[in-house]
Design a protein around this ligand. Structure first.
Ligand code: HGY
Ligand code: MN
Ligand code: MN
Length: 405
């Protein structure tokens, strides 16, 4: 069976979704639970209803859009991704997996395909860590990886608790709610473009960890306090950031990566010695033991810097998750679907994390990648070609048809 993706409609919907942004084009900023995010999700909800899907939303905003199959007792085939975006991001991260899946469902309906198993588009809330410091909040709660009680302790940068946005209790999906789950996503790396493949079949998702480090020094007048008397929190932070880089490089493995992505200095005045710094550090590896060794080395470096510079340094592990292996049968289904597409494809790991990292705990899960130019992502110049996006959506349609038959 061949399926016709309405490419023009898919691309125009991606462009419309990109207009829901709190930064000037081409940069996209769509932080979860912002007014912009709320409007984008309301727009998307309408789009799903107009496409004939039964839409429901859970208490924190995960969106479920279901095409009921002929066998109501059969576990559904799930697909989907996220539409929240970090500050100053691109327009394809997450959105291709949501609107591409909607386009795939429309193509199946247009081809008079009748699913035996229901097909459900799931739009995860809060995949990005921007507001609450932890990624994949929606899928952690849906998979039971994070309890409602633990989620209630999360607050955003303004100190607002997650509960102000919705009750995170009792959101976990029953086991075998999905018979399978496939996420379409841009690669966010350079491999597919380098090898010229149009499609990537993900075999595993790297293990992410995030740390928060709070550094307290003395502060004081930039002119009056002499150098030997200073306890400058920013210099401690600088040493720790360099230790983060050194710890990642020291493993000798190319799959170990670490980034100090957040550095907030206070009081933040040019003539006042930094008294407090907040760092947030992202550490990943495809190998769990290696990743944990880097986390340990970074915590050790914090303690050494604290002692040497007479600073108070508090470290907190925000998350330290296991890697995910994708389901071998689903990898076969995706391989068959890619072959039918008659374009180059290859198997690969995902260094970015995705909601599939947690969906793999409650259902056989796999991911389908499409190339992104120069491997650039989480930047305004993130770009995926119309042709590649349509190829990804059509390949997903094939896989969904096979799984829901
Ligand atoms: O950070 C990540 O890997 C994902 O893009 N949120
Ligand atoms: Mn992202
Ligand atoms: Mn993403």
């Amino acid at each position: 069976m061949d399926f016709e993706i309405d490419g023009a409609r898919l691309l125009s919907e991606l462009e419309t979704l990109a207009t829901f942004s709190d930064s000037a084009a081409p940069a996209i900023t769509r932080i979860v639970y912002s007014e912009t995010d709320r409007k984008a999700r309301a727009w998307l909800k309408d789009l799903c209803s107009q496409s004939g899907l039964a839409v429901r939303e859970d208490a924190i905003g995960n969106l479920f859009a279901r095409w009921h199959g002929t066998d109501p007792d059969a576990a559904a085939v799930g697909t989907g991704s996220h539409i929240d975006a970090i500050p100053n991001a691109g327009k394809y991260d997450g959105t291709v997996g949501v609107l591409g899946a909607l386009a795939a469902i429309r193509a199946l309906r247009a081809a008079q395909f009748t699913p035996r198993k229901s097909i459900e588009l799931l739009v995860f809330i809060s995949e990005e860590p921007t507001r609450f410091g932890i990624g994949c909040l929606g899928s952690r709660l849906l998979s039971g990886a994070l309890s409602g009680a633990a989620a209630k302790r999360l607050t955003d940068r303004a100190g607002k608790p997650l509960e102000d946005f919705g009750d995170p209790e009792n959101l976990a999906l029953p086991t075998n709610y999905y018979a399978s789950f496939i996420e379409l996503h841009i690669e966010q790396g350079p491999i597919l473009e380098k090898t010229g493949a149009a499609l990537g079949i993900v075999t595993g998702i790297a293990a992410p960890a995030a740390l928060r480090v709070l550094i307290d020094g003395e502060g004081g007048h930039a002119g009056a306090v002499l150098m030997p008397d200073r306890r400058d929190a920013l210099l401690g932070a600088a040493e720790i950031a360099l230790a983060v880089e050194a710890a990642a490089r020291a493993t000798g493995a190319i799959d170990t990566v670490a980034t100090t992505g957040v550095c907030e200095v206070s009081p933040g005045a040019v003539n006042s010695i930094p008294s407090h710094v907040k760092l947030e550090i992202d550490i990943r590896d495809t190998d769990l033991a290696r990743r944990d060794a880097v986390v340990k080395a970074v915590i050790q470096a914090c303690e050494t810097t604290a002692a040497q510079r007479k600073l108070q340094v508090k470290t907190e592990i925000l998350n330290a998750d296991a890697p995910a292996a994708c389901d071998p049968q689903l990898i076969e289904v995706l391989t068959e679907a890619c072959r039918a597409e008659r374009k180059g494809f290859q198997r690969m790991v995902s260094r970015a994390y995705h909601d599939s990292l947690f969906m793999s705990r409650i259902a056989p899960t796999a991911m389908l990648f499409t190339p992104c130019r120069g491997g650039v992502s989480h930047r305004p110049d993130e770009y995926a070609s119309a042709e590649d996006i349509v190829t990804g959506a059509r390949t997903l349609a094939r896989a969904l048809a096979k799984l829901a038959a």
